[in-house]
Design a protein around this ligand. Structure first.
Ligand code: FAD
Length: 160
Protein backbone atom coordinates (compact mmCIF):
# COMPACT_ATOMS: atom_id res chain seq x y z
CA UNK A 1 0.00 0.00 0.00
CA UNK A 2 1.46 3.39 -0.96
CA UNK A 3 2.87 5.36 1.97
CA UNK A 4 4.12 8.87 2.45
CA UNK A 5 7.30 9.96 4.23
CA UNK A 6 9.58 12.93 4.32
CA UNK A 7 13.33 13.58 4.73
CA UNK A 8 15.65 16.58 4.77
CA UNK A 9 17.68 15.21 1.86
CA UNK A 10 16.46 12.66 -0.69
CA UNK A 11 18.93 11.08 -3.13
CA UNK A 12 17.65 9.13 -6.15
CA UNK A 13 20.21 6.40 -6.98
CA UNK A 14 22.61 4.46 -4.78
CA UNK A 15 25.43 4.23 -7.30
CA UNK A 16 28.87 5.79 -6.87
CA UNK A 17 27.42 9.32 -7.03
CA UNK A 18 24.52 8.82 -4.62
CA UNK A 19 26.51 6.88 -2.03
CA UNK A 20 29.51 9.22 -2.13
CA UNK A 21 27.31 12.31 -1.85
CA UNK A 22 25.43 10.92 1.15
CA UNK A 23 28.67 9.88 2.89
CA UNK A 24 30.24 13.27 2.28
CA UNK A 25 27.21 15.19 3.58
CA UNK A 26 26.97 13.00 6.69
CA UNK A 27 30.67 13.48 7.42
CA UNK A 28 30.06 17.22 7.55
CA UNK A 29 26.71 17.04 9.36
CA UNK A 30 26.08 13.64 11.02
CA UNK A 31 22.59 14.59 12.17
CA UNK A 32 21.26 15.10 8.61
CA UNK A 33 18.17 13.05 7.77
CA UNK A 34 19.07 11.50 4.38
CA UNK A 35 17.12 8.90 2.39
CA UNK A 36 18.46 7.11 -0.70
CA UNK A 37 15.90 5.75 -3.15
CA UNK A 38 17.54 2.71 -4.78
CA UNK A 39 15.79 -0.47 -6.03
CA UNK A 40 18.87 -2.66 -6.57
CA UNK A 41 20.19 -5.07 -3.90
CA UNK A 42 23.61 -4.95 -5.59
CA UNK A 43 26.06 -2.06 -5.97
CA UNK A 44 28.46 -2.30 -8.95
CA UNK A 45 31.90 -0.66 -8.95
CA UNK A 46 31.79 0.05 -12.68
CA UNK A 47 35.39 1.27 -13.19
CA UNK A 48 36.44 -2.21 -12.01
CA UNK A 49 35.03 -3.65 -15.23
CA UNK A 50 38.09 -2.19 -17.01
CA UNK A 51 40.20 -4.48 -14.81
CA UNK A 52 37.91 -7.43 -15.62
CA UNK A 53 38.45 -6.75 -19.34
CA UNK A 54 42.20 -6.68 -18.66
CA UNK A 55 42.08 -10.02 -16.82
CA UNK A 56 43.12 -8.50 -13.47
CA UNK A 57 39.80 -8.82 -11.54
CA UNK A 58 37.17 -11.55 -11.51
CA UNK A 59 33.81 -9.89 -12.31
CA UNK A 60 32.35 -10.74 -8.88
CA UNK A 61 34.84 -8.54 -7.00
CA UNK A 62 33.24 -5.47 -8.59
CA UNK A 63 29.89 -6.22 -6.88
CA UNK A 64 28.88 -5.54 -3.27
CA UNK A 65 25.59 -5.99 -1.43
CA UNK A 66 23.89 -2.57 -1.47
CA UNK A 67 23.33 -2.91 2.28
CA UNK A 68 27.12 -2.88 2.81
CA UNK A 69 27.80 0.32 0.90
CA UNK A 70 24.90 2.37 2.28
CA UNK A 71 26.43 4.95 4.65
CA UNK A 72 25.41 4.43 8.30
CA UNK A 73 22.47 6.59 9.25
CA UNK A 74 20.97 6.71 5.75
CA UNK A 75 17.39 5.56 5.29
CA UNK A 76 17.47 3.17 2.31
CA UNK A 77 14.17 3.18 0.41
CA UNK A 78 14.24 -0.01 -1.71
CA UNK A 79 12.20 1.24 -4.64
CA UNK A 80 12.51 3.02 -7.97
CA UNK A 81 11.56 6.67 -8.42
CA UNK A 82 8.86 6.97 -11.06
CA UNK A 83 8.15 10.71 -11.27
CA UNK A 84 9.02 14.07 -9.76
CA UNK A 85 6.72 16.82 -8.50
CA UNK A 86 9.19 19.65 -7.81
CA UNK A 87 6.38 22.14 -7.19
CA UNK A 88 5.51 20.04 -4.09
CA UNK A 89 9.11 19.00 -3.21
CA UNK A 90 8.01 15.43 -3.84
CA UNK A 91 9.13 12.23 -5.59
CA UNK A 92 6.63 9.47 -6.42
CA UNK A 93 7.82 5.86 -6.37
CA UNK A 94 6.71 3.08 -8.70
CA UNK A 95 4.22 1.76 -6.11
CA UNK A 96 2.60 5.20 -5.82
CA UNK A 97 4.24 6.10 -2.48
CA UNK A 98 5.41 9.68 -2.14
CA UNK A 99 8.61 10.98 -0.56
CA UNK A 100 8.90 14.64 0.35
CA UNK A 101 12.24 16.45 0.68
CA UNK A 102 13.86 19.78 1.46
CA UNK A 103 16.76 19.02 -0.90
CA UNK A 104 16.66 16.54 -3.81
CA UNK A 105 19.75 15.02 -5.44
CA UNK A 106 19.13 13.04 -8.63
CA UNK A 107 21.83 10.47 -9.46
CA UNK A 108 20.23 7.53 -11.34
CA UNK A 109 23.22 7.01 -13.67
CA UNK A 110 22.97 6.71 -17.42
CA UNK A 111 21.28 4.27 -19.79
CA UNK A 112 23.62 3.07 -22.51
CA UNK A 113 21.66 3.25 -25.78
CA UNK A 114 23.29 0.33 -27.60
CA UNK A 115 20.26 0.18 -29.91
CA UNK A 116 21.18 3.54 -31.44
CA UNK A 117 23.96 1.81 -33.38
CA UNK A 118 22.41 -0.53 -35.93
CA UNK A 119 23.53 -4.13 -35.54
CA UNK A 120 25.47 -3.55 -32.31
CA UNK A 121 23.18 -5.16 -29.74
CA UNK A 122 22.86 -8.47 -31.57
CA UNK A 123 26.59 -8.85 -32.13
CA UNK A 124 27.93 -7.77 -28.71
CA UNK A 125 29.59 -10.75 -27.07
CA UNK A 126 30.08 -12.48 -30.45
CA UNK A 127 32.53 -12.29 -33.36
CA UNK A 128 35.12 -10.45 -31.26
CA UNK A 129 32.81 -7.47 -30.55
CA UNK A 130 32.86 -6.43 -26.90
CA UNK A 131 32.52 -3.57 -24.41
CA UNK A 132 33.78 -3.14 -20.85
CA UNK A 133 30.73 -0.95 -20.25
CA UNK A 134 28.60 -4.05 -19.60
CA UNK A 135 29.31 -6.33 -16.59
CA UNK A 136 28.54 -9.49 -18.54
CA UNK A 137 30.74 -8.53 -21.50
CA UNK A 138 33.93 -7.44 -19.72
CA UNK A 139 35.12 -11.08 -19.34
CA UNK A 140 34.66 -11.51 -23.11
CA UNK A 141 37.11 -8.62 -23.63
CA UNK A 142 39.74 -10.60 -21.74
CA UNK A 143 38.88 -13.82 -23.63
CA UNK A 144 39.43 -11.91 -26.86
CA UNK A 145 42.71 -10.45 -25.62
CA UNK A 146 44.20 -13.81 -24.64
CA UNK A 147 43.14 -15.38 -27.92
CA UNK A 148 45.12 -12.83 -29.92
CA UNK A 149 48.38 -14.09 -31.39
CA UNK A 150 51.30 -12.10 -32.79
CA UNK A 151 50.03 -13.04 -36.23
CA UNK A 152 46.45 -11.92 -35.63
CA UNK A 153 44.94 -9.26 -37.82
CA UNK A 154 44.50 -6.89 -34.87
CA UNK A 155 48.11 -6.89 -33.83
CA UNK A 156 49.33 -6.55 -37.39
CA UNK A 157 47.08 -3.52 -37.81
CA UNK A 158 48.46 -1.86 -34.62
CA UNK A 159 52.02 -2.59 -35.70
CA UNK A 160 51.52 -1.04 -39.16
C1 FAD B 1 34.21 0.21 -17.70
C2 FAD B 1 33.99 1.53 -17.00
C3 FAD B 1 35.09 2.27 -16.58
C4 FAD B 1 34.90 3.47 -15.92
N1 FAD B 1 36.01 4.13 -15.49
C5 FAD B 1 35.86 5.30 -14.82
C6 FAD B 1 36.99 6.00 -14.29
O1 FAD B 1 38.13 5.58 -14.46
N2 FAD B 1 36.76 7.15 -13.62
C7 FAD B 1 35.50 7.65 -13.42
O2 FAD B 1 35.37 8.70 -12.81
N3 FAD B 1 34.43 7.00 -13.89
C8 FAD B 1 34.56 5.84 -14.57
N4 FAD B 1 33.48 5.19 -15.06
C9 FAD B 1 32.21 5.80 -14.93
C10 FAD B 1 31.73 5.54 -13.53
O3 FAD B 1 31.56 4.18 -13.31
C11 FAD B 1 30.48 6.21 -13.43
O4 FAD B 1 30.75 7.60 -13.65
C12 FAD B 1 29.86 6.03 -12.06
O5 FAD B 1 29.70 4.67 -11.73
C13 FAD B 1 28.56 6.70 -12.18
O6 FAD B 1 27.97 6.62 -10.95
P1 FAD B 1 26.47 7.00 -10.82
O7 FAD B 1 26.14 6.87 -9.37
O8 FAD B 1 26.21 8.29 -11.52
O9 FAD B 1 25.71 5.91 -11.68
P2 FAD B 1 25.57 4.35 -11.38
O10 FAD B 1 26.75 3.81 -10.68
O11 FAD B 1 25.13 3.76 -12.67
O12 FAD B 1 24.38 4.28 -10.33
C14 FAD B 1 23.08 4.69 -10.64
C15 FAD B 1 22.16 4.05 -9.61
O13 FAD B 1 20.86 4.60 -9.76
C16 FAD B 1 19.92 3.57 -9.64
N5 FAD B 1 18.70 3.96 -10.35
C17 FAD B 1 18.48 3.98 -11.68
N6 FAD B 1 17.23 4.38 -11.94
C18 FAD B 1 16.65 4.63 -10.74
C19 FAD B 1 15.35 5.08 -10.34
N7 FAD B 1 14.39 5.35 -11.24
N8 FAD B 1 15.10 5.22 -9.03
C20 FAD B 1 16.06 4.96 -8.10
N9 FAD B 1 17.31 4.52 -8.42
C21 FAD B 1 17.58 4.37 -9.72
C22 FAD B 1 20.59 2.36 -10.26
O14 FAD B 1 20.02 1.14 -9.77
C23 FAD B 1 22.03 2.55 -9.79
O15 FAD B 1 22.30 1.90 -8.58
C24 FAD B 1 33.61 3.97 -15.69
C25 FAD B 1 32.49 3.23 -16.10
C26 FAD B 1 32.68 2.01 -16.73
C27 FAD B 1 31.48 1.19 -17.14
Amino acid sequence: MPISQSHEVVIVGGGAAGIATAASMLKRRPSLDIAIIEPSEVHAYQPGWTMVGAGVFEPEVTLRPMSRVMPKGVDWIKAAAASFQPENNQVTLQDGSTIRYELLIVAPGIRLAWEKIAGLEETLGKHGVTSNYRYDLAPYTWQGAVSLTPNSLHLRRFAA
